[in-house]
Every structure is written in structure tokens, then in C-alpha cells.
Design a protein around this ligand. Structure first.
Ligand code: TXA
Ligand code: MG
Length: 298
């Protein structure tokens, strides 16, 4: 069931989370399936609802750097972490060593946890009141398109959870994931351009990113995919299909998953008609997701 983000409902969600249950929550990137990051019970339910492979760790959301530092070794990560964290609250996930062992239930047993402070005002208010770390993967069935509207979460989990409705005007693509284990490396392209990160660290963007190196643990699974075949082509197709012509790539990024979910309902091949320049943001993020869903480029 979808509920509006009134202060009464936010409190209700906080209580549900403290009781180790799971709720759909808005963030500025995509909706998340939230549960207490230190609760084995809540985390088990997240994996079970999503049908997520047990070796794929969850991102944990915090309300402040102070709280981050209590649970992971943020201070020890020094200036690099501090500079990157200037983008918080925002769509950036940093992989840092665990300080509090209780987080391990969310990391698939890894010594490192993906952490971020989201900027969505409703999400921040919720985290602030919760004052605990909140594990939240994207609120879709494993392998399917991320949810960018409360209704998408409802569609995927059919009345099994409450969904706190945010303002649905969001970035529409997931956070950028950066590992700070060893030299900084991008594990997943996302809503923060890698050029921005390179500038903050005063390094060459090429040092952060090498195509073959983009490998979060989830990489080996098929990701973000609609059920129907997706093609990217500027030629007029000569078969019955669903043609999508975005105004520009920024608009495409914002509405990407929403468009794919809609088109999927029509049971037709999806043809996206646009020019993508894989060297430019946000084109390279959309390009990355299209490749991961096995899209054909013609
Ligand atoms: O924007 C986002 O990041 C959204 C919102 C809800 O915050 N969350 C999200 O979570 O996209 P999820 O679980 O769908 O994708 C998280 C990605 C996965 O590819 C996972 O393998 C990687 O981040 N990841 C999480 N924890 C990690 C860790 N400790 N080490 C390496 N990769 C990690
Ligand atoms: Mg996901």
C-alpha cells in the first residue's frame, strides 16, 4: 500500500523499521527497500522479497557523517573520503571498512560496507528520526528495472509492504558507487559524473575508471532489465514495436526506468531512438545500464 509522507506516516514507518520490518522508501535516485542494517531479520526479508542473490551486499543509508563514522571507518579513510563526502547528502555511495560488526548482516559477510547519505528530504527526515543505519537496495525484484515511482514499488511487491511516497521528480538513476579500499575506484557508474569525483580528488578521471574494472559484486548478475528486448537505433523500425524518442539524454536518464516499465507492459520490443555519446555525462550512465540489460545497438 502506498502512503503519503505526512509526519504521522513518517513516524509510523520509523516504528515499523525499529520493529525490524521492511518498507519502500523514496530517495533522490530511485526508491529503496529499507530495513534496519543491523537486523538480520529485516535484511533477510529484503533479500527474500527481492529474490536477491545472497552474495550481493546492500547499500546502507545514514542521516549524518557522525553516524557514518560510528559504523564504518570514515575518519581513517582520511582526506580522500572527506573530499568525496562533500557530495553528501547526495547520490554517492562510498565503500568503507566496517567499524561496527553488526553491519555485517547487510554486507553479505564482506568487511566493507557501501554507505551513503541521501539528499531526498523525506528520506533524510525519516533517517534523522530513525537515527540508525538503514540498508536499502533498489526496491525492485532482483534483475528488473529500478523503481522511480511509488507505484513501481507497489507493482513489484503487490501489497506485501508499505511504500512511503516521495515526490516522484527524482534523478531516476542509481548512485555512483566508489570503493575506497585501496586506491579510489568506481564500481558502478551513476548519478554523480566521474569527472566531478576526479576533480574533487585532483586526479585524472582515467585513474578512477577503467571499463573492465567496473565491478560491484552485483555485476555478474543480469541487471536493470525489462522483460522485453531493448534496441537502440535511429533507423525507423519495420516491425511492430514500442518506439521511444527522448528530447535529450538528461530527460532519458530521468525517465529511463519508467519508460522501460511502461513499454514492458505492452509486450513489444522497445526501440530507443537517440544519439548517445559514451564519452559524455549522462550518456555514459544510460549506455552502461543499456549494456547491462543486454540492449542491442543498431
Ligand atoms: O541509488 C542507489 O544506490 C539506490 C538507492 C535506494 O540508494 N540503491 C541501490 O542499491 O541501487 P542496489 O542494491 O540496487 O545496488 C547496490 C550496488 C550493487 O551493485 C552492489 O553489488 C554494490 O552496490 N555494493 C553494495 N555494497 C557493496 C560493498 N560492500 N562492496 C562492493 N559493492 C557493493
Ligand atoms: Mg538495484
Amino acid at each position: 500500500m502506498i502512503i503519503e509522507a505526512t509526519s504521522v506516516n513518517i513516524l509510523r514507518v520509523v516504528e515499523i523499521l525499529l520493529a525490524e520490518d521492511v518498507v519502500g522508501i523514496p530517495t533522490e535516485t530511485v526508491y529503496g527497500l529499507g530495513g534496519l542494517a543491523t537486523s538480520a531479520k529485516a535484511v533477510r526479508k529484503i533479500y527474500c522479497l527481492k529474490n536477491r542473490p545472497a552474495d550481493n551486499p546492500l547499500i546502507t543509508h545514514f542521516c549524518s557523517v557522525n553516524l557514518v563514522n560510528k559504523y564504518v571507518k570514515f575518519e581513517e579513510a582520511g582526506q580522500i573520503a572527506e573530499r568525496l563526502a562533500s557530495l553528501w547528502p547526495g547520490p554517492l555511495t562510498l565503500i568503507l571498512p566496517i567499524r561496527d560488526e553488526r553491519l555485517r548482516v547487510s554486507t553479505a559477510g564482506l568487511d566493507y560496507c557501501g554507505v551513503r547519505i541521501p539528499s531526498h528530504p523525506i528520506c533524510l527526515e525519516l533517517l534523522d528520526q530513525l537515527d540508525e543505519p538503514l540498508a536499502a537496495p533498489s526496491a525492485n525484484k532482483s534483475g528488473y528495472c529500478s523503481p522511480t515511482k511509488a507505484q513501481h514499488v507497489e507493482d513489484d511487491f503487490e501489497g506485501k509492504i508499505l511504500v512511503l511516497k516521495g515526490d516522484d521528480d527524482i534523478l531516476g538513476i542509481e548512485s555512483t558507487v566508489v570503493s575506497l579500499v585501496g586506491r579510489p575506484r568506481i564500481l558502478r557508474l551513476g548519478a554523480v559524473p566521474y569527472e566531478t569525483l576526479a576533480e574533487l580528488l585532483s586526479i585524472d578521471p582515467a585513474e578512477l575508471i577503467m571499463e573492465s574494472e567496473i565491478m560491484a559484486p552485483g555485476k555478474k548478475y543480469k541487471h536493470y532489465s525489462p522483460r522485453q528486448k531493448v534496441m537502440v537505433s535511429n533507423q525507423s523500425p519495420h516491425f511492430d514495436c514500442c518506439v521511444i524518442k527522448p528530447k535529450n539524454t538528461l530527460e532519458l536518464m530521468k525517465n529511463f526506468y519508467s519508460i522501460l516499465r511502461e513499454a514492458d507492459k505492452l509486450n513489444k520490443t522497445i526501440v530507443i531512438s537517440c544519439e548517445l555519446d559514451p564519452r559524455r555525462f549522462p550518456d555514459y550512465v544510460v549506455f552502461d545500464r543499456l549494456k547491462k540489460m543486454g540492449a542491442e545497438f543498431a
